[in-house]
Design a binder for this molecule. Structure first.
Ligand code: MN
Length: 269
């Protein structure tokens, strides 16, 4: 069993090594992770700078890793194509410090690490700990991840599908269960930009996003985590809106510069 492990909090983050320790006793684990934190970098790839990858040993309780000057998507692509030079049985991304719920999946480097695995045809799981207050205990999430990893390898995942997992930051005995959920897209962020002045009196802005508290449905990832359940959301990389595709196909689609076939216009005479 070969697992490629990445994250977006950087190769020295606590979450990835808590997961590594849980997995290392039963699987061969290769860590390929960004050199620094790359949270909220989405699915970016490095194409105009050298992609440096260096083998580092981070010492007891951690271990050898590939430290990449790049994003999580870079790490997975490079990990599979170069470091491993073959497809692992599984790609795991995390354990992220903080949740990745609802629309977060569009910005999350953690989720993008798993999406990259899915794009390469490998069963992939993104893992996040839904808490930010230290001290954070990643062990319950890591133990769940180990169980899930074995299950996913045994059963497989359909192609183009991946799992996005969020574990509430509570003790194991406080966990209320596991829920298979959908993305809670009704949660919105109140985006505001703080305007500040630099020492040369020029203005700059800093994004401050606060998730809006509101109603959440019990079958969503947000609803699950709020009720202290582990959320498992199956994601699909096909972003096609099939409903709209059907409707659009009933529209007339005249080519530019030519008359529509329903008598509109009449050519340029
Ligand atoms: Mn992160």
């Amino acid at each position: 069993m070969l697992i490629l492990l990445t994250n977006d909090d950087g190769v020295r983050a606590e979450g990835i090594w808590a997961l590594y320790r849980e997995l290392a006793s039963w699987a061969e684990v290769t860590v390929v992770a960004p050199d620094v934190e790359r949270s909220a970098t989405g699915h970016a790839l490095t194409i105009d700078l050298p992609l440096r990858a260096e083998r580092v040993d981070l010492g007891p309780g951690r271990g050898p890793a590939w430290e990449v000057r790049g994003t999580p998507a870079d790490c997975v692509k490079l990990g599979v194509r170069t470091v491993l030079n073959r497809a692992p049985d599984l790609v795991l991304s995390g354990i992220n410090r903080g949740s990745n719920l609802g629309v977060d999946v569009f910005y999350s480097g953690t989720v993008s690490g798993a999406i990259e695995g899915a794009l390469l045809g490998i069963p992939s799981v993104a893992l996040s700990l839904a808490g930010r207050n230290d001290p954070l205990d990643y062990r319950p999430a890591a133990r769940f991840a180990r169980w899930l990893a074995a299950r996913v390898v045994e059963r497989g995942l359909p192609s183009a599908c991946l799992l996005n997992v969020n574990v509430p930051a509570v003790t194991e005995s406080e966990l209320a269960g596991v829920a298979v959920t959908r993305l809670g897209l009704n949660r919105s962020y109140r985006d505001s930009f703080e305007r500040r002045l630099d020492p040369r009196r020029r203005a700059y802005y800093w994004l401050v996003s606060q998730p809006e508290e509101g109603d959440w449905e019990a079958d969503t990832d947000i609803g699950a985590v709020r009720s202290r359940r582990i959320s498992v959301t199956p994601l699909h990389i096909d972003l096609t809106c099939h409903r709209l595709r059907q409707e659009l196909s009933t529209w007339d689609w005249p080519l530019p510069g030519r008359a529509g076939d329903r008598g509109e216009g009449g050519g340029d005479g």
